[in-house]
Design a protein around this ligand. Structure first.
Ligand code: HEM
Length: 184
């Protein structure tokens, strides 16, 4: 663990040599940041919304991908499962992004110089790219093969990205929680 702590601390030291510090200080003087900071109920409300969106998003990611690997919801076709869970997934990502930006505006200096925040954002971008490729592949397969749509589980490639997406969300959540404990 000491090794990870040292690495994260070294990353903080590096971020401090970049223009990110000046940007965070500049941002913290902006009216929107001062407004969020001067209304003490705002950050807890944003955190609450963030946590609700995590539950909604992660719940739909798990249930949809368990269908793809044949470990849940196999009484429905992949298309039916997609219609049921994808809207929740999409809306939760939007709410996570907006509430996340809101929390950053509440404390830009602490968060934008925090390496765990940036590790989380990189994982978030990777999860978005994997999700888009994954869903495009699934949608193409359901359109070209009705039997596949009704099958119990997908190919190795689809099962790997299904499990991979669940693990990516778990890592993003761990990052979200550890942000407050990063050695700064
Ligand atoms: C899949 C998407 C995401 C997941 C699963 C996620 C998960 C989490 C979790 C579990 C926490 C800790 C909540 C707590 O214990 O209070 C958190 C906090 C936070 N997240 Fe996210 N998050 C996501 C996306 C984002 C995005 C896109 C941003 C920024 C644009 C963001 C910014 C933050 C911030 C600023 C905090 C508060 C950290 C602190 O104050 O220490 N999150 N997130």
């Amino acid at each position: 663990m000491a090794g990870i702590g040292d690495t994260v601390f070294a990353m903080t030291e590096w971020i401090r040599t970049t223009p990110m510090v000046d940007f965070a200080l500049w941002l913290s003087t902006k009216e929107i940041c001062e407004w969020v900071q001067s209304h003490s109920f705002m950050v807890p409300i944003l955190q609450m919304i963030h946590i609700f969106a995590i539950a909604m998003g992660f719940g739909s990611v798990v249930l949809f991908n368990l269908r793809l690997v044949g470990r849940g919801g196999t009484d429905t076709t992949v298309t039916q499962s997609a219609h049921r869970y994808l809207p929740w997934m999409k809306w939760s990502l939007l709410v996570l992004f907006i509430s996340g930006v809101g929390m950053v505006l509440g404390d830009p200096v602490r968060l934008l110089v925090n390496p765990v925040f940036w590790i989380k954002i990189v994982l978030f971008v990777v999860a978005m790219i994997v999700s888009i490729v994954h869903l495009k592949t699934v949608s193409r397969k359901t359109k070209t093969s009705p039997t596949w749509d009704a099958t119990t589980s997908g190919s190795i490639a689809i099962r790997s990205s299904a499990y991979g997406l669940i693990i990516l969300w778990l890592l993003i959540m761990a990052g979200g929680r550890f942000m407050a404990y990063a050695p700064m």
